[in-house]
Design a protein around this ligand. Structure first.
Ligand SMILES: Cc1ncc(COP(=O)(O)O)c(C=O)c1O
Length: 427
């Protein structure tokens, strides 16, 4: 009898909740490629969900992590200080600004938990404004903030109180101009303040500067700037969830840099350490200094090895990787836009840097999740790993490692193009 695959073994071991997008059992990864247990090579345009921005097992990140392993694996950030923890904090704050401080934890959800706990603690206000189609994690509090699928909340209701959901622009769907779309969303926010919660009762607004799971939606600059103004007017703290957009993904180190809007609080995770579990919450020094000792914490936050890897990631980003992502993003997007011109079923190609979404619709303009699923599985058969997103699951997201080259983009696009033709024939 043939040996069981990792996938077959996993079915016996893990619950359906630990669902994944492919059945690949990965043996090793290098750059933009992974190899499965049978030695088959795949192009990985999922990057472990926007995590391995420097590419799988980037040699410099591996070297720095190994050096740290030889020195110290765990010190405990409730117990001692250590060099890599301080170095990474200095790097990130050196970029964001000396008027900010940082708190390390382990996951994106945990960073968002820290963000809203800080906001509540410092303002003494109960309310939180989140945004429709947002995704902020799967702990109970971040499940409350998340508004992209009722499935995430089913049987968990009775969540965090005083969370309200505001409109987030989606001009590809509404067909409105940037100004009209901003006005529509801000009018609905004003309604929330009038009908549901007075702004003086709101601790913070939390939003992704570009929506990730919600469909790779880039809002107009005017929207984020209006949100900043409203927050300032009412003493509401502005928190950006940069868990998916951060660390060069959009062609700048952080996505807020595209919009001339700086948040008071920012959550970071995913690509921060190129695969080592690490996250951070960055916030204005004036807020952080009011956060009493012991009112938040965690055993594993800021692991020494993860921080050493994170410092290596930051050096690579500063030394050209973020700029490279911007250049490759323009190259990639231009090619995808050309494809759109020849395909009615492509509603929109959007994104910044190497965070690009392609939205598919049926002949009558409805979200076409079926086409996206068949396209994804055909591409996988041909050796290209892709993920989908969007509340209707009808958006293909392209999130290759930022080290990707033009030749590799072309290689992936040839597969994608052939897969789309095949998927359309089968439709
Ligand atoms: C924008 C955003 N915030 C938060 C999270 C949750 O991060 P984690 O899965 O590390 O808890 C995600 C994960 O996909 C995300 O995309």
């Amino acid at each position: 009898m043939a040996e069981k695959s990792m996938y077959e073994r996993a079915l016996e071991l893990f619950p359906p909740v630990a669902l994944r997008a492919t059945a690949i059992g990965v043996d090793r990864g290098e750059g933009i490629y992974v190899w499965d247990e049978n030695g088959r090579k795949y192009i990985d345009f999922a990057s472990g969900v926007a995590v391995v921005n420097c590419g799988h097992n980037h040699p410099y990140v591996v070297q720095k992590a190994k050096e740290q392993i030889d020195k110290l694996i765990h010190g405990g950030h409730n117990v001692v200080y250590y060099q890599s923890y301080i170095e990474l904090a200095e790097k990130i704050l050196g970029h964001v600004g000396s008027d900010y401080k940082i708190y390390f934890s382990n996951s994106g959800a945990e960073a968002n938990e820290a963000a809203i706990k800080l906001a509540k603690q410092v303002t003494g206000r109960p309310g939180i404004i989140s945004f429709k189609r947002s995704f902020h994690g799967r702990t109970l509090a971040t499940t409350t903030l998340t508004a992209s699928n009722a499935k995430y909340r089913r049987h968990y209701e009775g969540l965090l109180p005083s969370v309200y959901y505001a409109e987030y622009p989606y001009s590809a769907r509404t067909g409105l101009s940037d100004e009209e779309e901003t006005a529509r969303c801000i009018a609905q926010l004003e309604e929330i303040f009038h009908d549901l919660i007075e702004p003086e009762q709101v601790a913070c607004m939390i939003l992704e500067p570009i929506q990730g799971e919600g469909g790779y939606i880039v809002p107009p600059k005017s929207f984020l700037q209006a949100i900043r103004r409203i927050c300032d007017q009412h003493g509401i703290l502005l928190a950006f969830d940069e868990v998916q957009t951060g660390f060069g993904r959009t062609g700048k180190i952080f996505a807020y840099e595209h919009f001339d809007v700086k948040p008071d609080i920012m959550s970071l995770a995913k690509a921060i350490a190129n695969g080592f579990p690490l996250s951070a919450m960055v916030a204005k020094r004036s807020l952080m200094d009011q956060w009493p000792a012991g009112t938040h914490g965690g055993t594993f936050g800021g692991n020494p090895v993860a921080c050493a890897a994170g410092t290596a990631v930051f050096e690579l980003l500063e030394n050209g990787l973020a700029d490279h992502a911007a250049t490759m993003g323009s190259y990639f997007k231009a090619k995808l836009e050309k494809m759109k011109a020849n395909h009615q079923e492509i509603l929109d190609v959007r994104g910044l840097g190497l965070m690009i979404g392609m939205e598919f619709v049926t002949k009558d303009g409805k979200p076409d999740a079926k086409l996206v699923e068949s396209l994804r599985s055909i591409a996988l058969e041909k050796g290209l790993i892709l993920l989908s997103c969007g509340v209707s699951k009808n958006v293909i997201r392209f999130i290759p490692p930022l080290i990707v080259t033009e030749e590799q983009i072309d290689e992936a696009l040839a597969i994608f193009d052939a897969s789309l033709e095949e998927a359309l024939k089968q439709r």
